[in-house]
Design a protein around this ligand. Structure first.
Ligand code: NAD
Length: 274
């Protein structure tokens, strides 16, 4: 049966940033497909929320407070997983990221490249990029020993195209005061596609596939003005709905994508082709 290819009954999935907006949605989809799902997040309360939300799956959902920027934190979680399940994870979804908030209407707008602070650069790269490398190193090494594994790096449409800074403009502010999509976002998301190609070739002979997922923005109560502007840049004329990426993640995790390796799957309503 073709639908059997989507089943994850023998899989253990780690989702980093798993308590966030999208991570928790992926968790539900993968639980429904039969996987054991393990969420890593630094936000303990959000992890508790997810556990409550999915209490029907309590035997199959594990949560760990893990800071993925700290190698020993990830290593300890890996050892706890092995103690608890007597098996290693077979799927890793590098999904965690920091969504930085910059003070708006400030004379010195720190989101702008001219004012961008190195400490902010280091902070964001440590989660979005170094964190993905650390998890890939630790779980990928085990997967390679077991000759089985799937790694997904969550990039973005802005891992493929440059941000259109006109989207973020606000009336009445001078050029220097305007907020922009920070340089870190572009760099991290493009770099994750590089990490994907590296990993996809590095361990291809060890039964590991690695792909990048490049989703467009999900509508999450954005302002009317922003929603209209961004929709104009998208051939489908709208942002994504919150539930539109779950089946894609299931596809990427499962044998339904067994011949896909080193690819970047764009799913952005067509924004990146316009
Ligand atoms: N939401 C969108 O519209 C959208 C669009 C394109 C790509 N993406 C990407 O999808 C991914 C998920 O997005 P989201 O909207 O769910 O983000 P989110 O901010 O809701 O979730 C990110 C999670 O990562 C966790 N996190 C931060 N630092 C961490 C650390 N050091 N260790 C462990 N966990 C940490 C946060 O606590 C949070 O729960 C991100 O990589 C994001 O860039 C999102």
């Amino acid at each position: 049966m073709i639908l059997d290819k989507f089943k994850l009954d023998n899989d253990i999935v780690v989702i980093t940033g798993g308590a966030g907006l999208l991570g928790r949605r992926y968790a539900k989809a993968l639980l429904e497909a039969g996987a054991v799902v393990i969420l890593f997040d630094i936000n303990k309360d959000a992890l508790e929320d997810v556990k409550k939300l999915y209490r029907d799956y309590e035997d199959k959902l594990l949560t760990f407070v893990v800071d993925i920027t700290r190698e020993e934190s990830v290593q300890n979680a890996m050892l706890s997983i092995r103690d608890t399940l007597s098996k290693d994870p077979t799927i890793l979804i590098n999904n965690a990221a920091i969504d930085p908030k910059f003070e708006k209407n400030s004379k010195i707008n720190k989101s702008r490249l001219e004012n961008f602070e190195l400490s902010q650069w280091n902070l964001e790269l440590s989660v979005g990029l170094s964190g993905a490398m650390i998890c890939t190193k630790i779980f990928g090494t085990q997967m390679a020993k077991n000759y089985k594994g799937v790694i997904i790096n969550v990039a973005s449409d802005l891992g493929v195209i440059a941000p259109d800074q006109r989207l973020y403009r606000q009336e009445g502010l001078s050029e220097e005061e305007q907020n922009v999509k920070p340089v870190t976002y572009s760099v991290i998301k493009h770099a994750l596609i590089g990490l994907t190609k590296y990993t996809a070739t590095y361990w291809a002979d060890k039964g590991i596939r690695c792909n990048a997922f490049a989703p467009g923005g999900v509508y999450n109560n954005h302002s009317e003005d922003f929603t209209r502007r961004i929709s104009n840049l998208i051939p489908l004329g709208r942002m994504a709905n919150i539930d539109e990426y779950e089946a894609t993640i299931l596809f990427l995790c499962s044998d339904a994508s067994s011949y896909m390796n080193g690819a970047t799957l764009n799913m952005d309503g067509g924004r990146s082709i316009w």
